[in-house]
Design a protein around this ligand. Sequence first.
Ligand code: F6P
Length: 551
Amino acid sequence: MPPTDHPAWQALRRHRFELDDVHMRDLFARDRGRFERYHATVGDVLVDYSKHRIDDTTLALLLDLARQAGVPRMIEAMCTGERINRTEDRAVLHTALRYQGDAAIEVDGADVMPEVRAVLARMRTFSDAVRDGAHAGRSGRSITDVVNIGIGGSDLGPKMVTTALAPYQHERLRSHFVSNVDPSDIGDVLRRVDPDTTLFLVASKTFTTQETMANAHSARAWFVERTGDEAAVARHFVAISTNAEAVAAFGIAPESTFGFWDWVGGRFSLWSAVGLPIMLAIGPERFDELLQGAFEADRHLRDAPLERNVPVLLALIGVWYHNFWGAATHAILPYDHHLARFAAYFQQADMESNGKHVDREGRPVGVDTGPIVWGEPGTNGQHAFYQLLHQGTRLVPCDFLAAARSHAPLGDHHDMLLSNVFAQGEALMRGRTSEEARAALLADDASLADDPGRLALLTAATTFEGNRPSTTFLYPQLTPRTLGTLIALLEHKIFVQGVIWNVNSFDQMGVELGKVLAKGVLRDLRGDEPVTSHDASTNALIEAYRRMRAG
Ligand code: F6P
């Protein structure tokens, strides 16, 4: 059913106008129990969703919407292997990759868990061998550098998690990630590594992705050229893919191949063999903790009642802003420097999942779907784009993330960091009234009272309307387990939003057209005939490129 047909959608439309003139500052002032009611804990992650333009009526209506959209049924359908990815006719079972129980999880009557465990066991054996030096390079020296070649889901997850868990990194192993077909990417990495001690992981679900294949071929050519040892490719190249045939054609043997399955979406694949660079970096035990943390969130998604179900609540609150308050973007702002790639990871997870214009039946979806997701770590962002968050004309719901303990304590840096994240949430919510702004200006410079024009100008400029929403995720420390919980909670939020909008969150047809056109353009770039087959702009750009390239 189109989302707008749900009675709760209509009720929410009316309710939104009731909240038009309600300020969160007043909601907090009237209701001492607001935080108590509007926060929850999953694993060791505290989620504060009290700084939102919501009250009990809003939540009740949003929960009605979740029920009317069939969220509980779809959660079960996903977790039990139904083919909910209808366009690709596939199950969606990244939850099986981190499942810690002993029940069967079936796709078409076959339990997938034995295979999941078998691949994990092979990954553990291999990781241990690389980490302890038993799997050495061709000259017998231990591996020092691991280069993951992949893009999109075969890059962002491993890179984000490896960066996030840098404090757990094996002391001999350096991790590198090559994704872009821009030769500068692989060039920068190859300049820094020694072929004798480098392990290449070629990660691609399809093993056909242009960028990954180009980089993998270039890496292999570089390796053979440097070592003159074609036979050593087997020791230095590993493949991670669902496409065993293409891997074999590339020349990587089955014993160096780690498989996964079509029911693992690329952007949800870090929990599969795609996580091998993570396991190499942090070790199999820590990787298990990452899976356990995610399982905690999976269990919560399935077992928690809707009204206490964090991914469901986060999803609903997101829908509330995007569809009823006109917010087009969503900012992810970790006050945790190692989460530098967290926003980039969720940009793909969210925008590739819910950037859809037709619903699950192929009809126009009729409402705005996925938000534009962006963000940078704090406090850096404060000195860059927060001006717009505080005083701009747009509404940008924000997620703040912060750990109570740093992995690298230093003086009172961490307290300073946390004072900033809490202050930002408070400032966005409270704002500063014109009376407060005026009083602060006069307290600072009493002579302004003699210049009413300037006082009015400065008062206007230093007034903050506030009432700007944020969710805060607070956790004791960024451990593998905590990170697993955080990622899985936000993955599930995206899924639930897709259910509300009635879109298929698990295909990504929108990336295909550009890929197809790029093939034709590449042919034209290689030729020297006048280019006429595109629009005038593209023809001219191709010819200008050819001239510049030549000279
Ligand atoms: O082009 C988009 C995409 O298909 C993503 O969904 C995927 O994560 C990425 O490309 C990489 O795909 P593959 O792992 O098959 O190389």
